[in-house]
Write a new protein. Structure first.
Length: 176
């Protein structure tokens, strides 16, 4: 993807805003596409709180860029540096972990793309939180909602996770 623009992005055109709809409890993913007019070092995205007109808030701590931040395989903090060479395209995967208790409505905020070079680019984010509730944040794989597992701390102790039970081995028979 570094050397070509996805057709869908070309169809939508250059935009400095993003708008979509998510359910309460959904792990909502989105991509921000960057084209480097010059070498970009240490690309990172800072998010503001998402706020509604009736003063409801989805805190910025529920929003992340999967390319640059997360949890590593040992359960520790993961920080990665993203550099984009001049003339290249970079997809920045972002996620909003919409709280189950979020009040339906229109929430707005910003994602600000920053680099080691001077300047930044703000993208207006608008998320319409619907009345729909999703109990399993990863219910829609076609929407990349399963990416939430990347920042999971489950199974750090090498134990069997409920509701699963350990395998039973008797001689040459394995049962579960």
């Amino acid at each position: 993807m570094r050397n070509y623009l996805p057709y869908r992005w070309a169809q939508r055109g250059l935009r400095s805003y993003f708008k979509d709809t998510a359910a309460r409890g959904e792990y909502f993913t989105l991509q921000l596409g960057l084209y480097a007019l010059s070498d970009l070092e240490n690309v990172h995205i800072e998010f503001s709180d998402l706020k509604s007109k009736n003063k409801q808030v989805i805190p910025a701590r529920y929003i992340s860029c999967i390319n640059t931040n997360g949890i590593d395989y040992k359960g520790g903090v993961l920080v990665k540096q993203v550099n984009v060479p001049q003339g290249s395209i970079q997809s920045m995967w972002c996620a909003i972990d919409v709280p189950l208790q979020a009040t339906p409505g229109v929430y707005t905020g910003t994602a600000t793309v920053r680099t080691n070079q001077s300047g930044s680019q703000a993208i207006e984010l608008t998320l319409v939180v619907s009345n729909k509730t999703v109990k399993d944040a990863a219910a829609d794989p076609e929407k990349q909602t399963r990416l939430k597992w990347l920042n999971s701390t489950l199974a750090q102790e090498n134990t069997v996770i409920a509701p699963y039970t350990p395998l039973q081995v008797i001689d040459t028979v394995i049962s579960f």
